[in-house]
Design a protein around this ligand. Structure first.
Ligand code: PEP
Length: 280
């Protein structure tokens, strides 16, 4: 069984550092006993360092929402991965549909950022996903596989272990800029299951069985405490990337707890005295 990963992407939603620190401390305290789920939070850049300091030595890990593909230089308004490492980041979210569709990032830009992230030893959470129009045109496979191929160009068999894929259908992301004309709703379990299996098949073709079976593919798009369990139960879904529902401990924690509960129910685990271990 693959470990669940649950990440919170705060986008540009919480601008006060004190508030960001308070919420992340609440989350970190509440997940002290969560042992089977990897949890990260990506606050705004201004809060990255303070949040990183306050959650160091806890189960809650820090993520950056983006990086520049170079480490240093005259790039006004950009953030170096070195600053993110200094703040304590272990993950970098890349290729989010807001970056691709609002800020014009291309497969090539994202690929450069993925390679830099891997070179520096951090995990890249690579987001992919089709729009409502692309889905209606029957292009789900083509669009997602082309985003995978473009963003992962030159990523070796060994490096791929540091990649997490976030399948985030654009039409399911709670963002009115991206989805002005449609009713935003999460993927149905059937739609999500089909897309995740298609992504895993791509890894099977490109990287072989062992990587296809171990790569974590998480779902993003209006995931919340009501639908999390149903989605996380699906075989090919290994966690969630959460926007709106990660902004408070009250709405984020139930999703993490659902993932922990499902891990513990997995028949591949068994209790050995008071420790939960993989069944041999
Ligand atoms: C996201 O933007 O990555 C996301 C999943 O947002 P939300 O959960 O708000 O739809």
């Amino acid at each position: 069984m693959r470990r669940f990963v649950v990440g919170g992407n705060w986008k540009m939603q919480i601008s006060q550092v004190e508030e960001a620190v308070r919420i992340t401390e609440n989350i970190a305290n509440a997940i002290k006993n969560i042992s089977m789920v990897d949890v990260f939070i990506a606050p705004s850049f201004n809060a990255l360092y303070s949040v990183g300091k306050s959650i160091s030595n806890t189960n809650l890990k820090l993520a950056s929402q983006n990086i520049h593909y170079l480490e240093q230089g005259a790039f006004t308004g950009e953030t170096s991965i070195l600053s993110c490492i200094n703040a304590g980041c272990e993950y970098v979210i890349l290729g989010h549909s807001e970056r691709r569709r609002i800020f014009g990032e291309t497969g090539e830009n994202i690929n450069q950022k993925v390679l830099k992230t891997l070179e520096k030893g951090l995990k890249a959470v690579l987001c992919i996903g089709e729009t409502a129009k692309e889905r209606a045109e029957g292009r789900v496979k083509e669009v997602n596989q082309s985003q995978l191929a473009g963003s992962l160009k030159g990523v070796s068999q060994t490096q791929i272990e540091k990649i997490i894929i976030a399948y985030e259908p654009v039409w399911a992301i709670n963002n009115k800029f991206l989805n002005p004309d449609i009713e935003i709703k999460p993927a149905t379990p059937h739609q999500a299951s089909e897309a995740h299996a298609m992504v895993r098949d791509w890894f099977r073709q490109e990287y072989g069985d062992s990587i296809a079976n171990s790569i974590q593919i998480i779902y993003g798009g209006s995931m919340n405490q009501k639908n999390a369990e149903e989605l996380l139960k699906i075989d090919d879904i290994d966690g969630g990337l959460i926007g709106g529902a990660s902004l408070t401990a009250k709405t984020f924690l139930p999703i993490i707890r659902s993932a922990e509960k499902l891990s513990k129910q997995d028949p591949e685990y068994e209790w050995d005295s008071n420790t939960l271990r993989f069944r041999k």
